[in-house]
Design a protein around this ligand. Sequence first.
Ligand SMILES: CC(C)(COP(=O)(O)OP(=O)(O)OC[C@H]1O[C@@H](n2cnc3c(N)ncnc32)[C@H](O)[C@@H]1OP(=O)(O)O)[C@@H](O)C(=O)NCCC(=O)NCCS
Length: 158
Amino acid sequence: MTAEEIKLYIRKAKTSDIETITRIENQQFLHPWKKHQFTSELTHDISYFYVCEDVSTKEVVGYIIFWIIEETMELHTIAVSKKYKQKGIGKRLFLFMMETAKKKKVEEIFLEVRCSNTEAIAFYESFHFQQVGVRKDYYSSPPEDALIYKLTLPSHKR
Ligand SMILES: CC(C)(COP(=O)(O)OP(=O)(O)OC[C@H]1O[C@@H](n2cnc3c(N)ncnc32)[C@H](O)[C@@H]1OP(=O)(O)O)[C@@H](O)C(=O)NCCC(=O)NCCS
């Protein structure tokens, strides 16, 4: 089934989602965030923490966290549950982030990604993000560079 076929709903994350989010996180990352890190994201004013829910099963199938600081947005994390990957769910979450950027008059979106994470790189490049820098050995175990990606949005002032 694709995202068009699965009925999806994007809503704010809440404390009761953290268990499922942590499970997805543990499936998907070498160095997963801990529960308390997700819980703390629920309390920051600048943090936008949303989940994507399968309407029919009420299952949380993905999540996204981004920050907005003045005109700049930073993507902090995005992940989709293993069995729901490559069905357009990441895209739904990402488009939601982009719509929020537009509404909040964000001018630039930044993100960092492990240089070996080819699926995430392909995903970001599909939204026309461009690599603008490298942080040498930014990640540990294994040590790896972070690639910095940026998207400039049409300015509302120009
Ligand atoms: C990155 C991630 C969120 C993408 O979510 P997804 O729901 O699987 O992606 P989508 O199905 O919405 O894909 C959208 C587009 O991204 C690209 N893409 C996604 N997965 C890809 C893959 N494995 N290989 C190549 N391109 C890929 C494609 O262009 C795709 O468009 P298409 O389906 O029309 O070809 C998901 O792979 C994931 O959870 N990865 C593990 C966590 C992670 O690494 N997060 C990023 C941390 S920096």
